[in-house]
Design a protein around this ligand. Sequence first.
Ligand code: GAR
Length: 224
Amino acid sequence: MSTNRTPPLRVAVLASGRGSNLQAIIDAIEAGQLQARIVAVISNKKDAIALERARKHGLKDLFVDPKPFAGKPDSREAYDRALLEIIQQHDVELVLLAGYMKIVTAVLVNAYANRMMNIHPSLLPSFPGLDVQKKAIDWGCKLAGCTVHFVTEGVDEGPIIIQAAVPILDSDTSDTLAARILVQEHKIYPRAVQLFAEGRLRVDGRRVFLDSAQPGGEAIISAV
Ligand code: GAR
């Protein structure tokens, strides 16, 4: 019997820590909301909880130790070459950075141009980098949020796919705000991946357009 089903999108996830975004993607796949298959979860941290989550769900988990690469003039590129080899061995179609706290170099960025996504806990281009929830509070912003974007060489600079906004409350600490943002991260990251899997994301310069069967399209920016 033949079916028209296309095979699930082959995804690799790079993560350094807790892995709650990885978990959201696993859950969306297991719930049938995301037509993707995670073929490898890769970490630069041996004890990353993300690797435990992968094992628990029967996914391939790989720790790639940065230490042997350290000290060499092109250590970051050499590390990324090692990652790229693994990623290519697994026929990966989309690479997801999910709390991957290492800057990716041109080696990976060029090989996976417009095929590598990152999630960041701010409304980019405001507050790239680290401690961004605290920065948004300290700046006096009334809205914060999260962004899924394609990865380019500039940190947190690539074309924006989806954003979600949350209010900043007077009582917020960076922890309470981070928790509110995280709820939205877990919604928009699987959504962005599903749009990619459906072949509906079109990149034109800095802008990402959503091809839609619906006249008028579907709102790609969600304010929550
Ligand atoms: C998430 O909030 C993610 O947006 C952020 O790290 C956290 C990882 O959580 N990423 C960055 O700041 C990247 N610039 P997780 O490990 O539970 O998914």
